[in-house]
Design a protein around this ligand. Sequence first.
Ligand code: 2HA
Ligand code: ZN
Length: 275
Amino acid sequence: MQVTEAKFVKGFMKMCEDGCQMGWHERNGGNFSYRMREDETALIRENFSYEKDWAEIGTEVPDLAGEHFLVTGSGKFFGNVKTDPEGNLAVIEIDEEGTKYRILWGLKDGGVPTSELPSHLMNHQVKKKGTNGKHRVIYHCHPVHTIALTFVLPLQEEVFTRELWEMMTECPVIFPDGAAVIPWMVPGGKEIAVRSSQCMEDHDVVIWAHHGIFCSGEDFDQTFGLTHTVEKAAEILCNVLAMAPYKRQTIEPEGFRELAKEFGVNLQERFLYEK
Ligand code: 2HA
Ligand code: ZN
């Protein structure tokens, strides 16, 4: 089967397009990876070439040894994925030590996988273990309002989580573990990858101050929907803060406790502090 005929590739490409339409991928902004299932790899294996050299990942992901990923290319524009998937995407394989990768398909005009490959793979490693293999999608983008909030809110996950939850009733149901926040760091390397993957141990949302957001999920719809929900809550908060420095009324901690009971989610008390 042609790579672009496979259902997971179509889903991946659609999400690239949807993210662009949201305005989350200026120029080459953002990056995206999917941990392929064995049957999906088998389906398109006939298109793979094993001639490219192994290259250093820049970190270690031993629990991903032998795994295959569909990833966006470094410096490539999400907006070009639809018309030229083979020039902008790649299928990569991880070696037996989990320290190297090689390109099996794609990036036909040259190039390498996303500059955030260490963060993507370390996040995948944490999620593969922590969700019993259920999470397969790691998505990074640059949504305006989420980034804007990192200039005015304290960079504390309790504050970000609580403020976002208050903006839409369904937020705590959609991200009950809250949103982690990391301070500004140089992107692209192992240090930010380690920090992010530590946050992914107990969150599906990690906000990078003055940069963007990483979300993890089981499939494309869940992961995109999660990103959209966080960004929409952030947009409402930006609007509220632009109107007044305070809220006249809001959802109170007791309301969140009732919501948790009704919807069967566990909301940690540290997010429900008295203000
Ligand atoms: O430009 O988003 O974080 C790609 C990125 C790097
Ligand atoms: Zn980025």
